[in-house]
Design a protein around this ligand. Structure first.
Ligand code: ATP
Ligand code: MG
Length: 281
């Protein structure tokens, strides 16, 4: 069964001009009825952005995460357990009458619930699910019809609620554990490609998430960005490295100062742990 979570608004969302532009574009496409897809490397803010934009739509949010073990049931729903009703009637002591009834219970998963009730579906990392699992989305996004499996008692087609919207996120195809999504599916969504934050956004996010003053966060971010642009490593440190260094720095009561050996060691540990699959040559 998929994680089918109703998401509450989160605090601490940073909105710089870079983020505002992305939010405005995504909302424009969603309001016109299109599905939106944020695609980008790790740590480029896809999940945070997807949840923020979903909340802006003002409808409940159904969140699900892709993975390779996913099957259509995890996306659509299935029969989970049954309800048993037993009546024992021995009103007349010499006669014992029993009556049993078993009802199988269908449970909607995130996609079906969102389609049925007009929620916003956030399908995070959707390309971690196998393409055949995601096939059901083709009809949902194009014909606005969700095909339910034959095990479902009752209708096998569900007309998608007019308020239903879908936001997808994915890592680029070269990432490990990511499937290449069908062209037909990509063709049914508007993809916004993301890259690492601009400097202003990375500083603002780092300060907000770590509690480090803005000026100190700026120094930390400069170290991480310098390391990132060196391109000596296959895996570059993301904003998570900036946040981690900043958080440890604040909690240890340090200043981001290169001449402090402890601060230097923290930077080294965090930066190399994020990029330890270094390209050796
Ligand atoms: N607009 C924002 N405001 C505040 N924090 C943010 C914002 N965007 C991203 N972050 C923070 O930056 C970090 C990375 O963001 P997020 O998890 O959304 O990236 P991602 O692209 O989904 O990464 P991954 O591909 O690894 O899942 C998280 O700690 C998140 O809380
Ligand atoms: Mg994510």
């Amino acid at each position: 069964m998929s994680s089918n979570v109703k998401v509450q608004p989160q605090g601490g969302f940073v909105e710089t001009p870079y983020i505002k532009d992305l939010v405005t574009r995504a909302l424009a496409y969603l309001q016109a009825g299109f599905a939106v897809h944020f695609c980008g490397p790790a740590g480029t803010g896809k999940t945070t952005l997807a949840l923020h934009v979903a909340q802006k739509l003002g409808r409940p949010v159904a969140l699900t995460y892709g993975n390779s073990d996913f099957n259509p049931t995890d996306l659509i729903g299935g029969i989970y357990g049954y309800k048993e009703r037993k009546v024992i009637d021995n009103f007349i002591h010499s006669v014992l009458k029993t009556e049993e009834e078993m009802t199988f219970r269908w449970t909607d998963a995130a996609l079906t619930e969102a389609c049925r009730k007009g929620y916003t579906l956030v399908y995070d990392e959707f390309t971690r699910s196998r393409p055949e699992t995601n096939n059901v989305l083709l009809g949902v996004l194009e014909e606005k019809l969700l095909q339910l499996p034959p095990v479902k008692i009752g209708d096998t087609w569900l007309k998608v609620h007019p308020d239903f919207r879908a936001i997808f996120t994915s890592n680029p195809e070269e990432y490990a554990g990511v499937y290449r999504s069908q062209d037909a599916l990509r063709d049914r969504m508007i993809t916004i490609n993301l890259d690492h934050f601009d400097e202003e956004t990375e500083i603002a996010v780092t300060a907000a998430k770590s509690g480090l003053p803005l000026e100190d966060a700026r120094r930390v971010v400069k170290i991480v960005r310098d390391y990132r642009t060196k391109k000596e490593y296959e895996y570059v440190p993301t904003v998570r490295a900036s946040i981690a260094i900043a958080k440890v720095t604040r909690l240890q009561g340090l200043k981001p100062n290169n001449s402090d050996p402890f601060f230097r060691q923290i930077c080294l540990d965090i930066l190399t742990s994020q990029s330890n699959r270094a390209v050796t040559n």
